[in-house]
Write a protein that binds this ligand. Structure first.
Ligand code: DGT
Ligand code: CA
Ligand code: CA
Length: 574
């Protein structure tokens, strides 16, 4: 069975977590994590590289040992090392590590101090109030863990879209290659570019539906076939993702695609418009009485109810139907509208590539300018820069700018917002940069009032330009900070600051609701890659998709501006 980069990365991350619980060598743990990150950031499938006999040690952070493990994972679909660790460590541990707010350090603490090895044991300890007594835990953490345990137990599991993507695309390509299949589309929440998906909904066009559902059931990543008939089937993949497949004839394609793209509330609203015109709309077509009057394309379905085409990202019944009826649909931002990127890292902090390599990659990605924004000193794990190194780095950027053609580098920094809202570098240093982006990298769980005033205080700073990944969430891994985002957005407007929509696939932060709120308040949003390697400007696509879900138009996005129009916007007038 094919093994995807994300599978191997997940195995490496699990090994790193388990080694950390064991208290193993930190360098070895770091090596697994770095390798996992490399694999997730890789443009192509590492299984293909193995098949082609490529030397994997050429990949960043992959030595001989890890290269051998990658080959083992590709060939066998599992790792002996991981089995060994599972054998060695108590079973509930992995489940504990999956709980938000519990990293290896805390799991180790729970084991050693309280003998807690499983979620059930943790629940009992927390209910008895024994967890709060541990150093660094406290009553609030205990409450949060109980809530997480509850969510875990009842969890309808959702997957971040970026994690599902390689599985979804590979399966769609496999189905497309089937005889007599003329169309395969991944519909549902995936097509609407939701940040997480509950399951995948595939739609195929073919005359012989049974042959397609048979081919689907025979796919070698299928773990279990839940149902299979002549036009539909449902399976669970080895990765745990459930997939629904529908096969329809060409004449129904548009109607079925509309139906299975959803969301449900949007569908119902469209159907209601149809009913007012005496039409019946379902997944087979648009009907007047017995006669099918539309259904080959989605545009036909919309036209039948007097609407222009509505793109999938807007189909959430959040006003798009009313806007369409009034001829006021937004002209949504597109990737090609982005002229620059205001957030990236190089080897000077925790990036993998040089200044020059990043500049050239940004230019190749069609950008005219790129802000270099290394971490500040507080973030030691990311080799954050102190004032001296930052100023020397700025000089190196000036020198490189004189050589570069077709791209301009801006001098910035991603300065840590300290717990009290101060910034991690002195004013005099920040004043010498083109822009200052600030971010939270610690104390994620402060209560709402303190977290909010922390951020407001940072925005007050005269040189502050852009609030990076405002909620600091990591999809499926770290909950968003408890922030009064409305106040933050209003404060940004008053102070002439901007908010970032960080396009790293596991961040996508701002979310669609807050990005739309920023638009409503007139605060520009910057869609940034936060690239840590030359290949990661591709992140921008996911950021643009999220921005489109937030109804953002080019004018709402800071980095659609040409550089000469951007520069005055970066200067604070206060
Ligand atoms: P998910 O899977 O939770 O991320 O979200 P969706 O939107 O993919 O939902 P899913 O997989 O349950 O169903 C796919 C689409 O099928 C959904 O977006 C709209 C359509 N659909 C499902 N159930 C109904 C229904 O009862 N009525 C209507 N009108 N449409 C439905
Ligand atoms: Ca779905
Ligand atoms: Ca479904």
């Amino acid at each position: 069975m094919p093994v995807h980069n994300a599978d191997i990365a997940a195995m490496f991350e699990e090994i790193a977590d388990l080694l950390a619980v064991k208290g193993d060598n930190p360098f070895r743990i770091r090596a697994y994590r770095t390798a996992a990150r490399t694999l997730r950031g890789l443009g192509s499938e590492v299984a293909e590289l193995v098949k082609a006999g490529e030397d994997l040690t050429r990949l960043p952070g992959i030595g001989h040992d890890l290269a051998a493990k990658i080959e083992e994972a590709v060939r066998r679909g599992s790792l002996a090392k991981l089995r060994e660790l599972h054998h060695e460590l108590p079973r509930g541990l992995t489940a504990l590590l999956d709980l938000p707010g519990l990293g290896p350090k805390r799991v180790k603490q729970l084991q050693e101090a309280l003998g807690v090895h499983t979620p059930a044991q943790l629940r009992r300890a927390a209910e008895a109030g024994r967890v709060r007594a541990l150093p660094g835990f406290g009553a609030r953490t205990e409450q949060r863990l109980l809530a997480a345990l509850e969510a875990h137990a009842s969890r309808e599991r959702r997957f971040p879209r970026y994690e599902v993507r390689p599985y979804a695309e590979a399966l769609a390509a496999y189905l497309r290659a089937g005889a007599g299949v003329t169309e395969v589309v991944i519909a549902g929440s995936y097509r609407r570019a939701c940040e997480t998906v509950g399951d995948l909904d595939l739609l195929a066009v073919a005359r012989d539906g049974a042959a397609v559902t048979q081919r689907f059931a025979d796919y070698d990543e299928v773990r279990r076939v839940l149902a299979r008939g002549p036009t539909r089937a449902t399976v669970i993949l080895h990765s745990g993702i459930q997939v629904d497949l529908r096969v329809v004839p060409r004449t129904s394609f548009g109607a079925a695609l509309h139906y299975f793209t959803g969301n449900k509330a949007h569908n119902i609203a469209v159907r209601r418009l149809g009913r007012r015109r005496g039409l019946k709309i379902n997944e087979y077509g648009v009907f007047r009485g017995e006669r099918r009057i539309a259904g080959r394309t989605e545009a036909e379905v919309y036209r039948s109810v007097g609407l222009p085409y509505i793109v999938p990202e807007l189909r959430e019944n959040r006003g798009e139907i009313e806007a369409a009826a009034a001829g006021r649909l937004p002209r949504l931002v597109e990737r090609a509208d982005l002229r620059g990127d205001l957030h990236c890292h190089t080897v000077a902090s925790d990036g993998r590539d040089s200044l020059r390599a990043m500049a050239e990659a940004a230019r190749a990605a069609g950008l005219d300018y790129l802000a270099i924004t290394e971490h500040s000193r507080r973030l030691t794990v990311a080799h954050g820069l102190d004032a001296d190194r930052l100023l020397r780095h700025a000089e190196a950027i000036d020198r490189l700018n004189e050589e570069l053609e077709g791209i301009t580098l801006l001098k910035g920094v991603e300065v840590d917002i300290l717990e009290n809202g101060e910034l991690d570098l002195p004013d005099a240093v920040l004043a010498r940069l083109d822009l200052v982006i600030g971010a939270i990298h610690s104390a994620f769980t402060l209560p709402r009032a303190r977290q909010t005033s922390r951020v407001l205080r940072a925005l007050d700073h005269p040189h502050f330009t852009l609030l990076a990944h405002p909620s600091a969430r990591l999809l499926g891994k770290r909950a968003p900070c408890d922030l009064d985002m409305e106040r933050v957005i209003r404060a940004a407007r008053e102070r002439g600051c901007y908010l970032e929509l960080n396009a790293q696939p596991e961040r996508l932060d701002l979310d669609d609701v807050h990005a739309r709120m920023a638009k409503a308040e007139g605060v520009l949003v910057s869609i940034d890659s936060d690239a840590h390697a030359a290949g990661q400007f591709a992140n921008l696509d996911a950021g643009v998709a999220q921005a489109r879900r937030a109804w953002l138009e080019p004018a709402d996005v800071l980095n659609t501006r040409a550089l000469r129009d951007l520069r005055p916007l970066l200067r604070r007038t206060l």
